[in-house]
Design a protein. Structure first.
Ligand code: ADP
Ligand code: MG
Length: 447
């Protein structure tokens, strides 16, 4: 069945959405397709239902209906399981690409971030318990709650989890809004340019919980700081909860206005430090378990020793291991694990060559490298070509003229255009970013 569908949809889409699915049951003319997560389920339901139903009917005339279930929910329904295909899903950021699209448009919260999936150790215990306390006492306990710490240590996860938790506890009684400080800045700029200052007030003061991520970026942007100061005061006076994250404490944000700094310091300030070895092991083990991947203790030990300061990086390695396991359908031996970790941590970047990128991109899209690098403007060559140019820049830091020369002897502006197009495309489309991620994995693996 899968191979039948594979022929009908593009390979990247197939790889992204359907490869990890399996047929679990076919009873009374109802076929059940199990998908790794909620998002994949929704996506496949909306985009591929017709195709799947059609293919199933072609195979067996008795099929009347197709239903979709999330893998994790399966155990609740005892089913006679006929396993066709099974593969685990990605960790963290790999999955983030999928989940980003599920962001709740009202709150801007991503449901992937929960307190349940947040692992607590000595390094983040304080931040976690302060967060738990404000969830119980919204707006009155610690206000603002200011959480700071380095990159990839769980700030976004924790503050979004607070929002999600508050939403599920208080439902519609509480309005929550999550925003990055860049988004807030953009909104202020927009309001100024369009003479719509009241819009900011409406959007940001009409909430019960305001969560603002990476506040350090507003330092030095006077208008934004001023607007935020007023927003802050309006909320604070009315006992509305404010939760802030930053990569450093208020006093260390050099261009932050004094009056904002003192407001921030008027609440609770907690930091997330680097996870200790034991916490790192716990994080790795939990994440492996969540995704049903087995790894021996010595490999876990290697990862925990190698990556000390960034949980996102740990997830990156786990994703690579997972990718290897699913692609080659082989158990992970220590040598492979060692190699993958070394690759992931020692910037294999320099070892990548243009020809590896060309090979990976043309293989991925199933076109010849001549077509990829040629000048024909057929639709099926254009995106792969832009992706190749993007990767030349992104992975090899090649100059635009070099890139243009390499790809069909074009003008360097074509290379600039291609880079920008893909770069902004990644931010807007999880489908595209997923393709890029997969191609990069292949490139890195062939090094
Ligand atoms: P930051 O905002 O501090 O840069 P993130 O919140 O984006 O970091 O975390 C990076 C990645 O690590 C995310 O995928 C997140 O889910 C994961 N992560 C961070 N801290 C934890 C934790 N304590 N338990 C489980 N996952 C975590
Ligand atoms: Mg963050």
């Amino acid at each position: 069945m899968l191979s039948d569908i594979e022929l009908k949809i593009s390979r990247p889409n197939f790889l992204t959405w359907l490869k990890n699915s399996r047929l679990v049951e076919n009873q009374d003319g109802i076929a059940m397709v199990a998908l790794p997560n909620n998002f994949a389920k929704e996506w496949v339901e909306v985009k591929y239902h017709k195709l799947i139903l059609g293919s199933m009917r072609d195979l067996s005339g008795s099929i009347k209906k197709v239903e979709y279930v999330v893998e994790g929910n399966l155990s609740k329904k005892p089913l006679r399981q006929k396993i066709v295909k099974r593969a685990p899903i990605g960790f963290g950021d790999g999955q983030l690409a999928f989940q980003e699209m599920r962001v709740d448009p009202k709150t801007n919260l991503n449901p992937r971030y929960t307190l349940n999936s947040f692992i607590v150790g000595p390094f983040n215990e304080l931040a976690h318990s302060a967060t738990a306390a404000i969830i119980e006492n919204v707006g009155v306990k610690y206000n603002p709650l200011f959480i700071y710490g380095g990159v990839g240590l769980g700030k976004t996860h924790l503050i979004q989890a607070a929002g999600n938790e508050i939403m599920s506890l208080y439902k519609d009684a509480v309005r929550v809004k999550y925003v990055t400080s860049e988004k807030f800045t953009n909104d202020v700029v927009w309001a100024i340019r369009n003479g719509r200052a009241e819009e900011i007030k409406k959007n940001y003061r009409d909430v019960d919980v305001l969560i603002i991520d990476d506040i350090q970026f507003i330092g030095g942007k006077e208008k934004t700081e001023e607007e935020f100061f007023h927003t802050f005061n309006a909320l604070h006076e009315n006992n509305k909860q404010i939760i802030i994250s930053s990569d450093r404490p208020p006093r260390a944000i050099p261009t932050l206005e004094e009056r904002l700094r003192s407001r921030f310091e008027g609440g609770m300030i907690v930091d997330i430090s680097y996870p200790e070895y034991e916490s790192r092991v716990a994080i790795i083990k939990t994440k492996l378990q969540e995704h049903g991947v087995e790894l021996d203790d010595s490999s876990i030990d290697i990862i925990a020793k190698r990556v000390q300061k960034n949980i996102r990086e740990i997830e990156g390695i786990l994703n690579k291991l997972l990718f290897y396991q699913t692609t080659y359908k082989k158990a992970l031996d220590t040598n492979t694990v060692d190699r993958i970790i070394a690759e992931a941590t020692q910037q294999s970047m320099n070892k990548v060559s243009p020809s590896q990128i060309i090979k990976a991109v043309s293989a991925f899209f199933e076109i010849s490298s001549n077509d990829l690098l040629g000048r024909a403007r057929n639709k099926e060559f254009v995106e792969p070509r832009q992706i190749a140019m993007f990767l030349f820049r992104d992975m090899l830091s090649m100059s635009y003229p070099d890139i243009a020369n390499r790809v069909g002897k074009r003008d360097h502006t074509t290379a600039i255009y291609a880079y920008k197009k893909i770069d902004s495309g990644i931010k807007g489309s999880s489908d595209l970013s997923q393709k890029i991620m997969m191609i990069k994995e292949v490139v890195n693996k062939t090094v």
